[in-house]
Design a protein around this ligand. Structure first.
Ligand code: NAI
Ligand code: MG
Length: 500
């Protein structure tokens, strides 16, 4: 580990220890190096410096993890522990996440560059709440008795876990995205191999430490860090992995679906979006301007639900855009671990920075204008100015493809039906939102917008209890809520004949 900048908040001793020790893999209840001894670098996107060398898994590590997970699934996890005991373990894990919030928040802040205050007050508590919500499920996953019309026959269903689940997660909310998948998979009685994103390997390893302390049997939860084309593809291809839960790009999702075809394993997908956000003239414009600003710039636009296409009713267009420019002028961008507490950090990597700047260049070349932002901020560190485009149209690349960075297009509209058509004119359908004080419009748009989540006079709310997922090419399956239990269980129908 190189020395971190002196203006960083003081590292927790455990974090310091972890960074110095080459964070290992976690397989079968043991912290182990990769079998071939390889490591890869985790980079601080604020400084471009290596923060840790991390064990880099490969196919052989995945094979071992699958073997121990299968053993745990067929043994201790399902056979030896009662549903109530499994509940208690999951609840205990939630308590430990909360207790060690500082450590987890520092690890995610170092890896992603996002503000420590955000990981501490948002990512980590939401993760703990996720485990708490699902902790109640083991004793409540029920089958049904079915009134079949076959004479002298009793029919009932059992809802059973799938087995070994490979959970492949992205870098934008490392701990939280992992929690969204791990908690329901565990509650349903599955065993898990987590593959964190290669940009953000750290918090998953500390989460493994908490599984250990909570007292989970070995093999129930495993972490294999590494790359998509090695660890990810091995999990997807493995015939003893029953299910892949994936969050990430549509491009990678297509590869996963194709390569899952051999084993026909279950796949659920939470993908990106190009979410429309509509401001009507009757909205509370101050609230809407601030809301539309954070709908895109929250997490630096690196959210699958980012409100990237902003439609503003023409008479209030200038006022709302000005309100957003004012709000942007209050945003402090800086390293997430900086003790001056920035509001936003850098984007995740040079690759992502180049992608985002490529889109900005494309927007400018095709006649778009920026009213604020549009530039890289520093020579070192992947900092990009929050950027608002005007004078763009729906057909431009920047308004059709997911940018996944701090870039929004503000576009005026004149007609209610036309804006509805424009909002839905996308392959994606993860989220959509509107700002209005008119109840009729609110309900009409909630019904007509094609997206898995609709936000009205708000943006970005999620809760473990409420289902989340995509329409159209934003994925399939619903995470969170009781719906997520469906993603991690199969239904068995049992028939019993009795005498007259
Ligand atoms: P990605 O979809 O390639 O990566 C997500 C996860 O999938 C990572 O853990 C990665 O290692 C793994 N992966 C990559 N290739 C794989 C393969 N062939 N088989 C199995 N697993 C594989 O996303 P990436 O490359 O990090 O970002 C590219 C773009 O994807 C972003 O610019 C953004 O538009 C989108 N994205 C969307 C996210 C969302 O939350 N919907 C999250 C991350 C990225
Ligand atoms: Mg990729």
């Amino acid at each position: 580990m190189r020395d971190l900048p002196t203006n960083y908040i003081e590292l927790h001793p455990t974090v310091r220890y972890m960074l110095e020790k080459e964070p290992p893999l976690y397989i079968g209840g043991k912290f182990v190096p990769a079998q071939d001894g390889k490591t890869f670098a985790s980079i601080d996107p604020s400084t471009e410096q290596v923060i840790a060398q991390v064990a880099e898994g490969s196919t052989v590590d995945v094979d071992l993890a699958v073997k121990v997970a299968r053993k745990a699934f067929e043994g201790d996890w399902r056979e030896k522990l009662t549903a109530s005991e499994r509940s208690k373990l999951i609840w205990r894990l939630a308590d430990l996440i909360e207790e060690r919030a500082e450590i987890l928040a520092q690890l995610d802040s170092l890896d992603t560059g996002k503000p420590y205050q955000t990981t501490l007050t948002v990512d980590v508590p939401l993760s703990a709440e996720h485990f708490r919500y699902y902790a109640g499920f083991p004793t409540k996953i029920e089958g049904a008795t079915i009134p079949v019309s076959t004479p002298n026959t009793f029919n009932y269903t059992l809802r059973e876990p799938l087995g070994v689940c490979g959970l492949i997660v992205p870098w934008n909310y490392p701990l939280l995205m992992a929690s969204w998948k791990i908690a329901p998979a565990l509650a349903a009685g599955n065993c898990i191999i987590l593959k964190p994103a290669e940009q953000t390997p750290l918090s998953a390893i500390y989460l493994a430490q908490l599984f250990e302390e909570a007292g989970f049997p070995p093999g129930v939860f495993n972490v294999v860090n590494g790359f998509g084309h090695t660890v990810g593809t091995s999990l997807v291809a493995h015939h003893s992995v029953n299910k892949i839960g994936f969050t990430g790009s549509a491009e990678t999702a297509r590869i996963i679906v194709r390569s899952s075809a051999d084993s026909l394993k279950r796949v659920s997908l939470e993908l990106g979006g190009k979410s429309p956000n509509i401001v009507f003239a009757d909205a509370d414009l101050d609230v809407a301007s601030v809301g539309a600003t954070w709908a895109i710039f929250g997490n630096n636009g690196q959210s699958c639900t980012a409100g990237a296409r902003l439609y503003i009713e023409r008479p209030v267009f200038d006022k709302v855009v000005q309100g957003m420019v004012d709000e942007v002028s209050n945003i402090k961008v800086g390293p997430g671990m900086n003790n001056e507490q920035p509001n936003l950090g850098p984007v995740i990597s040079d690759e992502q920075m180049n992608r985002v700047m490529g889109y900005v260049g494309d927007g400018l070349q095709n006649g778009g204008e920026t009213v604020v932002g549009g530039k890289r901020m520093t020579d070192t560190g992947y900092f990009i100015e929050p950027t608002i485009f005007v004078n763009t149209d729906d057909s431009m690349k920047i308004n059709r493809e997911e940018i996944f960075g701090p870039v929004v297009s503000a576009m005026p509209f004149d007609d209610v039906n036309d804006v509805l058509r424009r909002a839905n004119d996308t392959n994606y359908g993860l989220a959509a939102g509107l700002w209005t004080t008119n109840l009729d419009k609110a309900h009409r748009f909630a019904s007509k917008l094609q997206a898995g989540t609709i936000w009205i006079n708000t943006w970005g709310d999620t809760d473990a209890a409420s289902p989340f997922g995509g329409y159209k090419q934003s994925g399939y399956g619903r995470e969170m809520g009781k719906e997520a239990i469906d993603l991690y269980t199969d239904v068995k129908s049992v028939w019993i004949k009795h005498r007259d």
